[in-house]
Every structure is written in C-alpha cells, then in structure tokens.
Design a protein around this ligand. Structure first.
Ligand code: C2G
Length: 130
C-alpha cells in the first residue's frame, strides 16, 4: 500500500484544498493529512476560524482522506514519515523546495496551487461583502 502524507491548516475548507487532497490521494492508496493544531497555527502566525477539532472532523469527512493526525511542530515531518511508513510527501508548490530534506526518507512532490481561491481571499471578500 502506497502511503501519502501532506500538511496544512485547512481552515474554511475550499475547492483549492479539495483539488490538493484529490491529487495527493491519486499519488497513492492511502492519504494521511497532518492538520495544524491551534497552538501550531499561532507559531505559523495563522488564526484559523475553525478550531483544530472541527477542522479535523471536516477533513475526516472527505473521501480522499484516510487518516488525520495533528501537526504540532515544524520538526515532526521526518518522524511522521517514518512512523506512518510514508512513501510520498506532497505539498502545494507555494512550499516548493522547503521540504526537500525529506527526499532522504520518501518521494517529495510539490503540486501546482489552485489559482483564484484561498482562505485569506475568502476572509477579505466577506469583510467587504454587503
Ligand atoms: N493549497 C492549494 N491551493 C490553494 C490553497 C491551498 O493547493 N488555492 C494547498 C497548499 O499549498 C497546502 C494545502 O493546500 O499544500 C493546505 O493549505 P493551508 O491550509 O494554507 O496550509 P499551510 O498554512 O500552507 O500549512 O508544515 C506545512 C504547513 O502546515 C502548511
């Protein structure tokens, strides 16, 4: 069984996230998603609208996602790859090159980001919406 791993906050889930998760799943047979905890989001200077528990519940409802684990630190990726017996690590290409150190442990793939949608865009446009 080919196992795939990806990381993210996945707040205000949108079609860009789904595009990523769908393509990630197509790279193997089993997709593990490490979702940033609220505490780790603070380290990433991100404030998610939905709590970790609710973002986790939403991700677990997606047909492409087989398992959801917490992302607590920047440093846990090698351990996650080993612990979960991961074959492929995948991220959107806004992270291009940032995780190449994982190539000693698994395949590393950066997928093109979906243009035209982001959680930040949603928040901004809702702010000005009538
Ligand atoms: N994404 C995408 N297209 C978009 C928006 C997001 O392909 N329009 C991808 C991102 O590239 C990322 C994933 O969806 O691979 C999750 O995006 P975020 O929730 O914004 O994740 P991020 O804050 O980048 O966290 O350790 C890695 C970090 O936890 C990544």
């Amino acid at each position: 069984m080919k196992k795939v791993l990806t990381y993210g906050t996945f707040d205000l889930l949108h079609w860009g996230h789904i595009n990523l998760l769908q393509r990630a799943k197509e790279l193997g047979d089993y997709l593990v998603v490490a979702i940033s905890t609220d505490e780790f989001n603070a380290i990433k200077n991100k404030k998610a609208y939905h709590s970790f528990e609710n973002r986790k519940m939403i991700l677990e409802a997606i047909r492409y996602v087989d398992e959801v684990i917490p992302e607590n630190t920047w440093e846990q990726k090698i351990q996650d790859v080993q612990k979960h017996d991961i074959d492929v690590f995948v991220m959107g290409d806004d992270w291009e090159g940032k995780f190449d150190f994982l190539e000693d442990h698994c395949e590393v793939i950066y997928l093109p980001r979906t243009v035209g949608i982001s959680t930040t865009k949603i928040k901004k446009e809702l702010l000005v919406a009538k």
